[in-house]
Structure formats: C-alpha cells, structure tokens
Design a protein. Structure first.
Length: 157
C-alpha cells in the first residue's frame, strides 16, 4: 500500500512540475521582408548618417533618409521610386559605421515576432585580409509589414 501511495505521489509531483515549466512560452513567428537596397555609401560620412538601426514608419522620415543618402551618392531609380504605403508597411534601415576599407557589408539574417516585440537579427560582415582603401558605409534597407510592437536589433559582428 505504501508503494502505491509513494508512486502516486511521485507521479502527481512530476506532472505538476511539467505544467509549471510550459505555462509561459513565447512563440517566434518569421516576418517576411523585402530588400529594397543593399550597398555602401561613399561620401566619407558627409551624408551625416551615424551607425544606426532604424524603423521608419512615415513618409517624412523616409524622404529625409533618402535626401541624406543622396548628398554625395547616386541612388538607383528603383529605390527612389519605390512606393511605400506606411499604413501597411514599415522600413528598416541599418547602417554600419564609416569604414576606411572596402569589402564589408551588412545583412539582415531574419526578422521574427514574438509576444513582446519584433527581433531583427543583423550580421555585420567584415572582410579579412587585404582590401581596397576606400571610405565607405555599408547599409541595408528592407520593407516589412507595418508593426506596432517594439523593435529589438540583435547585432552579430
């Protein structure tokens, strides 16, 4: 009789612990994004764009960014003529710092949503070995569905 009660008690305690551990889970959902432009600025910092990660939710901010980028750079017409419906779409732009050598780049590996926020996983890719000495600032600009959650940038170097 004691063995049956002991076994029942152990099973009951184990099942309670299992319920406790799984009650709070955060599901990650991938967010589809479209790369609008990826490249490097070559204005030696004259564009006045600091190393940054930004979420753009309105046309005025978007136009200001494009104006700064055009200060000393030729931007493709495809980017300049991209229509963004900010009621349905947002822009994410990531700029590395101004670098003294070419060959580096920035990429967005994935964007996920969970119960609390949107996580943007960004990779800074630095070229190792010999490279051309040229002032440049790698960047990437992507379009995502409009979001109301806080954006968290996870930078991998």
């Amino acid at each position: 009789m004691k063995k049956i009660l002991s076994s029942s008690l152990i099973i009951l305690l184990m099942s309670c612990g299992a319920t406790k551990n799984t009650s709070k889970s955060i599901d990650n959902t991938n967010i589809t994004f479209k790369i609008l432009q990826q490249g490097s600025l070559h204005g030696n910092g004259e564009e006045a764009i600091e190393k940054s990660e930004m979420l753009i939710k309105d046309a005025k901010t978007w136009e200001n960014l494009l104006r700064k980028m055009r200060t000393t750079n030729h931007l493709p017409e495809k980017l300049l003529n991209t229509k963004i419906d900010f009621s349905k779409e947002n822009i994410i732009a990531v700029f590395m710092p101004v670098l003294g050598a070419g060959g580096s780049s920035v990429e967005i590996e994935k964007i996920t949503s969970n119960d609390n926020n949107i996580v943007v996983k960004v990779n800074y890719i630095s070229k190792s070995g010999l490279s051309i000495a040229v002032m440049n600032q790698p960047y990437i600009i992507v379009k995502i569905p409009a979001q109301d959650k806080e954006i968290v940038f996870n930078i991998q170097k």
